[in-house]
Design a protein around this ligand. Structure first.
Ligand code: HEM
Length: 101
């Protein structure tokens, strides 16, 4: 399944009948089993329905970092992002790709 960032937003956990998705480097994961983290009121709800690469790389929950923009990230931050990708690959099913439009 290909999703635009607008379509990805539909899967932010606000509609209980829908799964929760998060994109990392354009790969969209179904993180519904992590609802306690990403669902409404969850500690990491800010990432739900969004491309979270930059925030994950920087270990940031700042609104301005929740994007797929990797510009200016350090080697260390890119390593952190890779670790997150590995964690998500091991834990959550991939459901599609984010279309960058
Ligand atoms: C003092 C700061 C923090 C503490 C003590 C903390 C602690 C934790 C703990 C205990 C978990 C649960 C791990 C598990 O059960 O698998 C977790 C998960 C997570 N943390 Fe943090 N965290 C902190 C800061 C952050 C920040 C700043 C970010 C921003 C990227 C972040 C991103 C995440 C994510 C995305 C998960 C969920 C991973 C998953 O889906 O399994 N954390 N954190």
């Amino acid at each position: 399944m290909d999703l635009t960032s607008d379509q990805l937003k539909d899967y932010d956990g606000s509609d209980e009948s829908k799964p929760i998705y998060i994109s990392i480097r354009g790969v969209v994961f179904d993180v519904s089993t992590g609802k306690s983290f990403y669902g409404p009121g969850g500690t990491y709800a800010i990432f739900a329905g969004r491309e979270a690469s930059r925030a994950l790389a920087k270990m940031s929950k700042n609104e301005e970092d929740v994007s797929g923009n990797l510009d200016g990230l350090s080697v260390k931050e890119m390593g952190v992002l890779e670790d997150w990708e590995k964690k998500f690959q091991a834990k959550y099913p991939v459901v599609g790709r984010l279309i960058v439009s």
